[in-house]
Design a protein. Structure first.
Lengths: 328, 331
């Protein structure tokens, strides 16, 4: 068995590697330096000690200024990693992200670029309710000019984060809070890069294709396991990159199975699943044996109460129900 | 209410302040005990050490005055009069909670006692407080709004925008910064360009008061001055109340980033027993009087917790209710 590490360790080691490899890589965010314990979850432990206060900085609670500074530094040749503690706090910096980071390359006719990575984390399951656990990837995916990336295991997170840091465009890197302490295989090399825009077949199967990303990969795999016991082969595709998404892999897969389900933890309505489902219908209408099904959270804020939170997050049962619908 | 020569509030107010402080302190002790025992897992930001501030503010407020508070806010809520039963039921995520279990510890709302919002977003209490105050100004209802927030929140744009607008519009609002010296793990000095948050008031042409927030009489005087000004049409005030949080940022925080000696000194100067002793020494109350107040709170808190843990959970159909005025169709 290869070495087991947590997702937090994977992030930490990838950032160490990136900062050692390239002196233009910087990190700033709330509490990220070592006197503040290297981040509230310890993701950046050791970095300020190793690479110095000039390149690794704990910031005031000023998201707009954090992202603004990261954009400016990126335009001037740095490769900043800006940590926004939780995805919901990106809302405070939305002008910087959607009006500026996303659009500067286009609006300047290609004269300026923003090679910036914004790391953030989120996810329900801890009872942190309406302002601390939203998945907002659809907002960013809907804004042209942002790459949107998320990994489903420590090695995947490491390889994708490395690619974001060294990508020449702004990347929104979404981490999953409940997965921080989960272990998995370590990457073969902390500097290894997984190319953006290339999906991964997380599980082979011939009958139904489930397309997903992030924490829902494990949920889809659990559903696939159940279906396998019933003799139905469920293929699971981990998109890894939401923008740009790997249309080729997805369309080739669904062309073969003829059945597809898209699932994500984010609210279902107007979500990423709607885009993927639409493209499948547009491109493969005559190959489909059933309408593409979507799974996602209901259209409400993430609720606090435990039974409500459980009902809010799409689980294997909901994915199973969607799979079964494609089989009927 | 206040002696005009000494400025000291009368005995009933002094005792009322103590009663609030005692309630907050004991409530926090129960909350941490419950968390430790695993009986009630929840996200919890202890206000222990900061009891004086909202107690001294609230004795100057009417029931229908408004407050806007933050995730670290049980002290502000209890001082304003949010009832224990509904508060605990919300902390436990039950249908009988202030918010039917939907909001939880970071979003307690109880308009009946004037607790209009609890926000989990740093800085967001202030712009909304302005709106409540604006409504009072337009309606002429004489209400005052208090916005509570931490020291680190004075570094976010919302603080600066809100103070400027409140000043330009002369809104009946009081900005109460509870300076507990830290924002999560970052020390105040490291992230803040001024030595005193109250100095920032000058940029917005409003009075700035720097006060020992652990001194009940000084805090009472500061709050009274600001609330009277707001009520009489004199516009907003920024109060910076110096204090200390005893139990780190969030429950489970190991405090590794804190200076142990500084923390121990702050805890040794615990403002609640200190004020209790002062009341007795000054002859404002007897040990028995204060003991009866403490015991009463103890009974009420325990009963609220027991009721909360026995209360029904919200039904899953609640996911489709309260999003809009009309229920959504379940999909
Ligand atoms: C916009 C935003 N950024 C970051 C956070 C995460 N966060 C929660 S509390 C906190 C520290 C706030 O410190 P302060 O304002 O001094 O209040 P205290 O917690 O000390 O009472 C931070 C950074 C948040 N909730 N909202």
């Amino acid at each position: 068995m290869s070495k087991q590490i947590t997702t937090l360790q994977a992030i930490n080691e990838a950032m160490h590697h990136a900062m050692a490899a390239d002196p233009t890589v910087m990190l700033f965010g709330e509490d990220v330096a070592d006197p503040e314990e290297g981040g509230v979850n310890g993701a950046s432990k050791g970095l300020s000690t190793k690479f110095g206060d000039l390149r690794v900085r704990s910031t005031p609670i000023s998201e707009q200024a954090i992202i603004g500074a990261a954009i400016g530094a990126a335009m001037a040749g740095m490769r900043p990693v800006a940590e926004i503690m939780l995805m919901n706090f990106m809302t405070v910096a939305m002008d910087m992200i959607t009006n500026h980071a996303a659009k500067l390359r286009f609006m300047s006719g290609g004269q300026t670029a923003v090679p910036l990575t914004i790391r953030c984390t989120t996810g329900a399951g801890f009872g942190t309710a309406g302002q601390h656990s939203d998945f907002l990837e659809a907002w960013f995916a809907h804004t042209a000019g942002l790459k949107v990336v998320t990994g489903a295991s420590p090695a995947e997170v490491s390889g994708l984060l490395n690619s974001c840091i060294f990508d020449d465009d702004p990347c929104i890197f979404i981490e999953n809070l409940p997965a921080y302490w989960q272990k998995g295989d370590a990457p073969t090399d902390p500097g290894a890069r997984i190319p953006l825009g290339v999906a991964r077949i997380a599980r082979p199967g011939d009958d139904v294709t489930v397309i997903t990303y992030g924490p829902q990969v494990a949920v889809a795999q659990a559903a696939a396991e159940t279906m396998a016991a019933e003799g139905v082969g469920v293929q699971v595709i981990d998109l890894r990159t939401i923008v740009p998404w790997d249309r080729e892999t997805v369309l080739n897969a669904v062309a073969k199975t003829g059945r597809a389900v898209v699932t994500h933890e984010a609210v279902k309505a107007f979500g990423v699943g709607a885009e993927i489902s639409s493209v499948i219908h547009e491109e493969l209408f005559s190959d489909l044996k059933a309408a593409v099904q979507r799974v996602g959270a209901p259209s409400c804020a993430v609720p606090y109460s435990n039974p409500l939170e459980k009902a809010f997050v799409p689980d294997a049962d909901k994915v199973l129900a969607a799979i079964r619908k494609t089989l009927n | 209410m206040t002696d005009s020569t000494t400025g000291q509030p009368d005995k009933a107010v002094l005792i009322d302040m103590y009663s609030k402080m005692s309630l907050i302190k004991q409530n926090d002790e129960h909350a941490r005990k419950l968390l430790m025992s695993g009986r009630l897992p929840m996200i919890y930001y202890s206000p222990r050490g900061q009891e004086v501030i909202p107690s001294a503010v609230s004795v100057n407020l009417n029931q229908d005055d408004y407050i806007c508070t933050i995730y670290r806010g049980t002290h502000d809520m209890l001082a304003k009069g949010v009832p224990l039963d509904a508060l605990w039921a919300e902390l436990a995520g039950r249908a009988t909670g202030t918010c039917k279990g939907k909001g939880g510890p970071m979003h307690i709302t109880h308009p009946e006692s004037g607790c209009m919002i609890t926000t989990g977003i740093v800085g967001s209490s202030m712009p909304i407080a302005n709106g409540l105050a604006l409504a009072s100004q337009v309606k002429g209802d004489g209400k005052v709004t208090v916005a509570y927030f931490g020291d680190a929140a004075s570094n976010i744009g919302a603080f600066h925008e809100a103070l400027n607008m409140a000043s330009v519009w002369k809104l009946p609002v009081v900005f109460v910064c509870q300076n507990n010296r830290f924002g999560e793990h970052t020390r105040f000095e490291k992230a803040t360009a001024v030595g005193k948050v109250s100095d920032r008031a000058a940029s917005y042409s409003m009075p700035g008061i720097h006060v020992d927030g652990n001194d009940p009489l000084a805090m009472h005087a500061a709050a009274k001055e600001a609330i009277d000004r707001a009520r009489n049409g004199g516009g907003p005030t920024l109060i910076e109340a110096m204090t200390f949080r005893f139990y780190g940022h969030v429950f489970g925080d190991a405090d590794g980033y804190m200076d142990k000696a500084e923390k121990e000194a702050a805890m040794a100067a615990d403002p609640v027993p200190r004020y209790r002793q002062w009341l007795i020494d000054q002859g404002h109350a007897s040990e028995a009087d204060l003991g009866a107040i403490d015991a009463g709170h103890e009974v009420n808190i325990k009963s609220a917790i027991d009721k909360a843990l026995d209360a029904p959970w919200p039904d899953v159909s609640e996911l489709y209710k309260d999003v809009f005025i009309n229920d959504l169709a379940a999909v």
